[in-house]
Design a protein. Structure first.
Lengths: 417, 121
């Protein structure tokens, strides 16, 4: 058994930022365990730019953003174990990991940061009829083939789902000489950023078909085409609107799921909406000394916000390790009337700083007003010209306001049009 | 004449209203939250540009490819032509971030630079 102050599970942007912040706060022995052969996580294959505008005030590609943190880590004596798979975390904070050099190792930790990221919803989650032909893959898998391995996944592409990865891959495939026939989106709006719809679809004349889905996949050994159909308000295909589209590849960009197998197995409470752990403002889960940040907690739109959140978790873990935690005085947060979720789900009103609440809405709202209320009293309100499910929103609750909230009360965020 | 655009300078995506005179010169820009919106409106209405990111082959490296970007945006209409030039390039490992892959691509004055390392195998 190896003893560490802090074990960080995952060496993507979340894990790196949390480890660096914990070190800055005075934590001595830290190890980062990473499944892949390099640090950086999914940023390594996100070769497009658009990262770092908030955090570094410059536009970087994914690998450049990651490299800045990798360099900072290399300047410290934080240990990094790549090619290392965590297989279990016990309630006693023992992290069990395996790699082909050290073999099977037990890491006993004072605190743990969960930073495992998320994975894509696969075909199996969609129940699309059709064969198991080659050529059906998630957009992220295609991104890895093209950007890291140097393989073209196909020549004629249909993309289902208009999440950002799907949009980015539409442009990428066109640049590499493929024909992207269309992007189909089940919902009446895209969940991707507007800038990506403009730069990745409109620039190349790729149609975005809203209220449209794939209902059948044709081909035996290789995809030969798909049948698409319009959907009604209940997202059911409308009879008579079916259309055959010839293609050799179907890419799926239909949502991301926080990867919480380890968290679930260790008994951390999960939020059914976010799919990630329930956390306090310092990103501590319901298990003492176990923190979570980044896409394992809730799916973020921008890595810049992952970095900021992970620094909060790193600082929280450091305070826990160094015995500097404040006395608990908890209130719960909750989203109602159009607000699907709020992170963090709990706030310690004694935490001594302002707290930023992140939330997402369930549909598109124009000229809406966001209210934060406690005991039906409005604490703050914000006018929002536009709210969409694809863009994470936030409100900041001032420290002075937090201190006035009754213990055990509920802080509610709601939308009004 | 007014033209409506969504700014793509950053993920905020400000809705811009651009007033143009008869020569398509920008008279005023509203709706932007920062200076980049004005710059975007001006280039988009006169000579639109885009950042280009792709990969190039590497020989003798631990990876088969290295990612790259245009150091500055290139003319929007020249993106596919730039791709042809970059796809013909074979880099030699080791590659460092910032290494120039193609200098002054297609005479645009823009360099194509590596955005990740590729150590020797």
């Amino acid at each position: 058994m190896l003893n560490y102050d802090l074990v960080v599970v995952g060496g993507g942007p979340a894990g790196m930022a949390a480890a660096l912040k914990a070190r800055e706060c005075g934590v001595k022995s830290i190890v980062v365990l990473e499944r892949a052969e390099t640090l950086g996580g999914i940023l390594e294959q996100c070769i497009h730019t658009g990262f770092g505008l908030h955090y570094f005030k410059e536009e970087l590609s994914g690998p450049e953003y990651a490299a800045k943190f990798i360099e900072l880590l290399e300047e410290t004596d934080i240990e990094v174990k790549t090619d290392t798979m965590v297989v279990e975390i016990t309630k006693e904070n023992v992290v069990k990991a395996v790699n082909n050099i050290d073999g099977f190792v037990n890491y006993k930790a004072k605190a743990i940061v969960l930073a495992m990221g998320c994975r894509e919803r696969p075909r199996g989650a969609l129940n699309i009829a059709g064969s198991r032909a080659a050529g059906i893959m998630t957009a992220g898998t295609a991104q890895k083939y093209v950007n890291l391995d140097g393989y073209m996944p196909g020549k004629k592409i249909v993309i289902l789902g208009s999440g950002d990865i799907g949009l980015i891959m539409a442009r990428r495939m066109v640049l590499e000489g493929a024909e992207v026939k269309m992007v189909c989106e089940l919902m009446p709006y895209s969940s991707g950023l507007t800038r990506n719809i403009l730069q990745c679809l409109d620039d190349f004349g790729i149609p975005l078909k809203l209220n449209c889905t794939v209902i059948d996949i044709h081909g035996k050994n290789r995809v030969e085409g798909v049948t698409i159909a319009k959907v009604d308000r209940n997202r059911r295909p409308i009879k008579g609107t079916e259309e055959y589209v010839e293609c050799d590849t179907l890419m799926l960009s239909v949502g991301l799921i926080p990867e919480n197998e380890l968290s679930r197995a260790m008994g951390v409470d999960l939020d059914p909406i976010t799919g990630g752990p329930v956390v306090k403002e310092n990103r501590e889960t319901t298990q003492k000394g176990v923190f979570a940040c980044g896409n394992v907690l809730h799916v973020h739109d921008l890595v810049d916000f992952v970095t900021l959140e992970s620094q909060t978790a790193g600082e929280g873990a450091a305070k826990y390790i160094l015995g500097l935690e404040e006395e608990e005085n908890t209130v719960a947060t909750k989203g109602i009337d159009g607000v699907r979720y709020v992170v963090p789900q709990m706030i310690n009103t004694n935490c001594g700083s302002d707290v930023k609440l992140y939330f997402r809405v369930g549909q598109v709202y124009n000229n809406a007003k966001v209210f934060v209320e406690s005991n039906e009293k409005v604490i703050l309100s914000r006018r929002k010209p536009k709210l969409t499910p694809g863009e994470m929103e936030d409100v900041v609750i001032k420290k002075e306001v937090l201190e006035t909230l009754p213990v055990g009360s509920e802080l509610v965020i709601r939308v009004e049009v | 004449m007014n033209r409506e655009l969504t700014c793509i300078a950053c993920p905020v995506g400000c809705p811009l209203v651009i007033e143009l005179d008869e020569n398509n010169k920008v008279v005023s820009v509203t709706g932007n939250q920062c200076k980049r919106g004005i710059n975007y409106a001006e280039t988009e209405c006169t000579s639109p540009t885009r950042s280009l990111t792709t990969t190039a082959k590497v020989e003798g490296g631990i990876y088969p490819l290295v990612p790259m970007k245009s150091a500055n945006p290139v003319p929007k209409g020249k993106m596919l032509e730039c791709m042809k030039v970059i796809n013909a390039v074979v880099m030699k490992a080791p590659v460092k971030i910032g290494d120039i892959v193609v200098k002054d691509i297609l005479g645009t004055g823009v360099d194509i630079v590596a955005t990740n390392i590729c150590p020797e195998a």
